[in-house]
Design a protein around this ligand. Structure first.
Ligand SMILES: [Zn+2]
Length: 311
C-alpha cells in the first residue's frame, strides 16, 4: 500500500534569500491526479508551523488510493521564519514583514513579498485552502476562524471553539476568500505536553474536511470529540508589564470554558519575584482560546491569553 506521503510529488520554487545561500526553497508536495483540489498550508508564521506540519504528515498515512481529488501540501511556508522560531523572517528590509499580511505578494518586493507571490498561484488554483496556524513556541490554542461561505469547512475541523474571521488586509485567508475559494484558518496546538493530542485532533478534522470536499474517501469518518462552541467578542490579553509569567491555568484548560473569577495566571517581577499583575477570568463563561501553559519570561505587552464569550 502506497501512502499519500509516499506518493507526494515534490516541487520546488526558489525564493531569493540571504547572501550565503542566495536562494531558499519553497517546497510543496502534490498527490492525486483529478478532482477537486485542496491545499493545506502550514508555517505561514514560522513559530507556529511545526505542530500542524507534523499533524499534516500524520494525515498522509492514508493510502494514496483513497484520494478522490487532488491534495497539495506545504509543510513549511516560511522557512526563514521557522528556523529562528519567529512569526516573521528577519530578512526583509527595513522591517520584517508578516507573510500573512502581504498577499498576493510582489515578485519585485523583498523576500517575504516574493514568498507570498510564489504562494499566491498555489492558492488561486485551489478549490479549498486550509491555513494551519497554532499557538507556537510559547502558546497553545484551540479554535478555528470561520469565513462566510465556508462555515461547514470550519465546523468539520472540530476545534473546541469557532470564531468569526476578521478581514485581515493582505491575509492569506482573506485573499483566498476574495477569490471565492473555500477557506478556513486553523488555530490549534502549540508547544505543550499535549502536542500529539492536538495533532490527532487536527488529523481527524482534516479527514472530515477533505472527505466532504471530495478529496479523500474514507469508510468511517471520525466524529468530532465535542460540539464546537461559537465564540464572539474575542479579546487578546497582553501582559501590562514584563517579568516572569506563571500560569495557573495549564495546557488542559485551553479549549474549555472557565467561570468568572478563575485565577488564570500572574506576572512576577524579574528581580524580586513580587507579584506585579494577576489575570482573572472576566466572564461568567470565559472561553479559553489561547494561553501560555508554561512558566516563561514575558516582555511587557506580550500576548498571554485570547479569551471570548460563547455567542
Ligand atoms: Zn499565525
Amino acid at each position: 500500500m502506497r501512502t499519500i506521503y509516499e506518493s507526494l510529488e515534490w516541487h520546488e520554487v526558489r525564493i531569493t534569500a540571504h547572501a550565503a545561500a542566495q536562494y531558499i526553497p519553497l517546497k510543496y508536495g502534490e498527490a492525486g491526479s483529478r478532482g477537486p483540489r485542496a491545499t493545506l498550508i502550514a508555517g505561514t508564521h514560522g513559530d507556529e508551523g511545526p505542530w500542524s506540519a507534523v499533524a499534516t504528515k500524520m494525515l498522509c498515512r492514508h493510502a494514496a488510493a483513497r484520494l478522490t481529488g487532488r491534495l497539495r501540501i506545504i509543510f513549511t511556508a516560511n522557512a526563514l521564519a521557522a528556523e529562528v522560531e519567529r512569526r516573521n523572517s528577519w530578512i526583509d528590509s527595513p522591517n520584517p514583514l508578516d507573510l500573512d499580511g502581504v498577499f498576493p505578494g510582489d515578485t519585485h518586493g523583498s523576500h517575504t513579498n516574493r514568498l507570498a507571490a510564489a504562494l499566491a498561484p498555489l492558492i488561486t488554483d485551489s478549490d479549498a485552502v486550509i491555513d494551519l496556524h497554532g499557538g507556537g513556541t510559547w502558546c497553545v490554542n484551540a479554535f478555528v476562524k470561520q469565513f462566510e461561505g465556508s462555515e461547514q469547512l470550519a465546523a468539520d475541523i472540530g476545534a473546541p471553539f469557532i470564531t468569526k474571521a476578521p478581514n485581515k488586509p493582505g491575509g492569506l485567508t482573506t485573499y483566498a476568500r476574495s477569490l471565492g475559494i473555500k477557506v478556513v484558518n486553523v488555530e490549534v496546538g502549540g508547544r505543550c505536553g499535549r502536542e500529539i493530542y492536538w495533532a490527532e485532533r487536527i488529523v481527524t478534522g482534516l479527514e472530515r474536511a477533505l472527505h466532504r470536499l471530495g478529496v479523500l474517501a474514507l469508510d468511517v469518518l471520525p466524529s468530532p470529540i465535542e460540539p464546537a462552541v461559537h465564540v464572539s467578542a474575542t479579546e487578546a490579553i497582553r501582559a501590562g508589564v514584563g517579568g516572569i509569567f506563571v500560569p495557573t491555568l495549564r495546557e488542559d484548560t485551553v479549549g474549555t470554558i472557565v467561570p468568572a473569577g478563575t485565577e488564570m495566571g500572574k506576572v512576577l517581577d524579574l528581580h524580586t519575584l513580587a507579584e506585579l499583575e494577576g489575570f482573572t477570568a472576566p466572564y461568567e463563561q470565559t472561553a479559553m482560546l489561547l494561553l501560555r501553559p508554561q512558566i516563561c519570561t514575558v516582555e511587557g505587552s506580550a500576548l498571554v491569553y485570547v479569551i471570548g464569550r460563547p455567542a
